[in-house]
Write a new protein. Sequence first.
Length: 246
Amino acid sequence: MNSSITFPSGNPYRGSIELSIDPASYDDPGKEKQGLVVHIYTDDLHLRSVEISDLNDSIGLYKCAENMKNYGAGQPWEDSISERLVQRWSDDWKKGNPFSGFSIFKRNVSGVQDSEPFIGHICFKSGENNKAYGGNTEAGSSEMTFMIDHKYWKKGYGKQAAAAMVNGVAPEYQKQGFKVTCALPDNTQESLPLEWLTATASPENRGSVKILTGLGFEFEGILEKQFVKGKSIKNFYAKPLSKPVR
C-alpha cells in the first residue's frame, strides 16, 4: 500500500456466509441451455444470480441520483443502459459464466413468501490483466463492483454483500476451477485462473473505502475511468487471493 496516503480502516464482517452453486436449465425458443444459479446467504442478506425479472428494480436503482452520486461517472442512467446490463448478466448466467451480476435482497427471516425487498447489486466482472500484478500474464483478475440503494445505507449491508463475494464466492470459484476472461497487454483475451480481485471507489466515498480496506484490499493508485455517462477519478484497490484448497 502507498504509505504516503491514509484511508479509513473498516472492520470486517464476521457473520455467516452460506453458498450454493448449482446447474440450472433455461428454456430458449424450443431448446434448452445449461446455466448456473448461485444463492448466497449472510446474516441479513440473500444474494442470487441476476434474472430478467429483476429488471424493474434495477432500473429504479440506477436512475436514482442519490444512489449514483458516487457510482460510475456520478450520473443517473437512462433505462436502456440498465436494460442492457441486466440482459447481459442474465445471459452470462445462462451460458454458465459465473463472473456476472448478483441481485441483493434483504433476507426474509419471517417465513412470509415474497417478502425479500430488492436492495442492490454486486458483481464479479471479467478482469483486466494489470501490470500492477508484476506483469504476470498467467494471473487472472476480477473487478468487484457494488451498489446498495440509499434507503439501506449505513446498515452494514454493503459490508456483508462484499464479504460474501470475497470470502465466499471467490474461494469457491477457485476451488471449482472457474476461469475469468482477462484482457491482456497485447489486446487479446484469455481465460485465466482467478488470483486477484480489484475494485475502484471515489476518494470521497468513505463507506466503500472502509468496506474494501476491511476486506484487505490495498490502494494501488489513482486512475481516470471511462463510464457510460462520462469520466471519473477513482482510487484503485487490489487484493491477492490465497491459493485454493482442493
